[in-house]
Write a protein that binds this ligand. Structure first.
Ligand code: ADP
Ligand code: MG
Length: 326
């Protein structure tokens, strides 16, 4: 990488900012070798996921670098949570435009460090380049799990109950709030958009009791649709059961049409999963001991597709221009 005076060279970036983040992973060799080694616990398989974020597309140039870093890590951790895997380590790819200076990189690295401690994961390696294009970040996360306890999108059966973790819609409403399109007096919704909460704490309850699951990144209805397609089933969810935060509830009270953002918008990074009726009480108890709220929002049925019904039993049709009742 050329030395433009405002930024450490590639070797110094790695040695000063990133090598300390590899301290918890002996297989990273302190980022002083050409590659790292991966050795999952005996009897477990490695689980891999990757997400990229591009400035101007997935975040804004002036977003706080520590939050950008934490979101980059967390969206990947959410994928590991969705597979009921335990975090193992991650690799980082950075394409840096000349506008990125040392202060930005230091804050970025400290954001990663904070979340590494919170979620028990370490940096294994990566690559650093400069670019004439926008800041581009790529993170590959590895997890581990016994293969038979992986949570897959396939496996839901007719009669299973559909659950979600946490509250739904905050991410989509948070993005609208950052654009000034919905009220967010205390910044709660924007905070949920900027800093998702990967539900890794649900790993053991999901391994024991869930039949299928995934994380909500594209929107509740779309993502549940992916699960249904993979499982060869349909689903009916009751809009009135979908758990809302107090801030989201307030938005819906003044602007009911925003329910389409709640049900159809993305960026929640909560989990949606299915549980056989006999396992539901066990799942609920285990989730509560794990400290995560889960809510039953509907049922798996025969057929295909996701139907959303309102309190009166009428179907809610989600369209791009909002929603309507049928
Ligand atoms: P090479 O040019 O042989 O690929 P590098 O100089 O790119 O080697 O990398 C040296 C070491 O630094 C490797 O262990 C690599 O994984 C690590 N590394 C490089 N960039 C990053 C980064 N952005 N984050 C974490 N580790 C990195
Ligand atoms: Mg390299």
């Amino acid at each position: 990488m050329p030395d433009d005076g405002r930024r450490l060279g590639e070797f110094d970036i790695i040695a000063r900012l990133f090598a300390p983040l590899s301290a918890g992973a002996p297989g990273a060799f302190g980022l002083t070798d050409d590659a790292a080694i991966l050795a999952p616990p005996v009897g477990e398989v490695l689980v891999m996921t990757k997400d990229m974020m591009v400035a101007g597309v997935h975040f804004l140039d002036d977003d706080p670098p520590d939050l950008v870093a934490r979101k980059l890590l967390r969206v990947n951790l959410s994928d590991l949570a969705a597979m009921a895997a335990r975090p193992y380590g991650y690799a980082l790819g950075l394409s840096l435009p000349s506008s990125i200076d040392d202060a930005w990189l230091e804050a970025f690295a400290s954001g990663l460090g904070a979340d590494q401690r919170e979620f028990a994961i370490s940096l294994l390696g990566g690559d650093t380049t400069s670019t004439p294009g926008p800041l581009t970040l790529s993170l590959t996360a590895f997890g581990s799990a016994p293969e038979r306890s992986l949570l897959r999108r396939r496996g839901a059966r007719s009669g299973d109950m559909v659950y979600v973790s946490g509250t739904i819609g905050d991410g989509a409403l948070g993005l609208l709030a950052l654009r000034g399109q919905v009220a967010d007096p205390d910044g709660f919704l924007a905070g949920r958009y900027r800093l998702p909460q990967p539900r890794l704490a649900l790993r053991d309850p999901l391994r024991q009791y869930a039949s299928a699951g995934l994380d909500v990144s594209d929107g509740l209805v779309a993502d549940l649709g992916h699960l249904c397609k993979a499982s060869g089933v349909g689903a009916v969810i009751e809009a009135g059961r979908v758990p809302l935060s107090p801030a989201a509830r307030q938005v819906i009270e003044t602007a009911p049409e925003r329910i389409s953002a709640v049900l159809g918008g993305g960026d929640d990074y909560e989990l949606v999963f299915t549980v056989a009726p006999g396992d539901a009480p066990h799942l609920e108890r285990a989730a509560s001991s794990a400290g995560v709220n889960v809510t039953m929002i509907g049922r798996i049925v025969g057929g295909e597709g996701v139907r959303v019904i309102d309190e009166a039993g009428g179907e809610i049709i989600l369209g791009t221009g909002g929603f309507r009742h049928r």
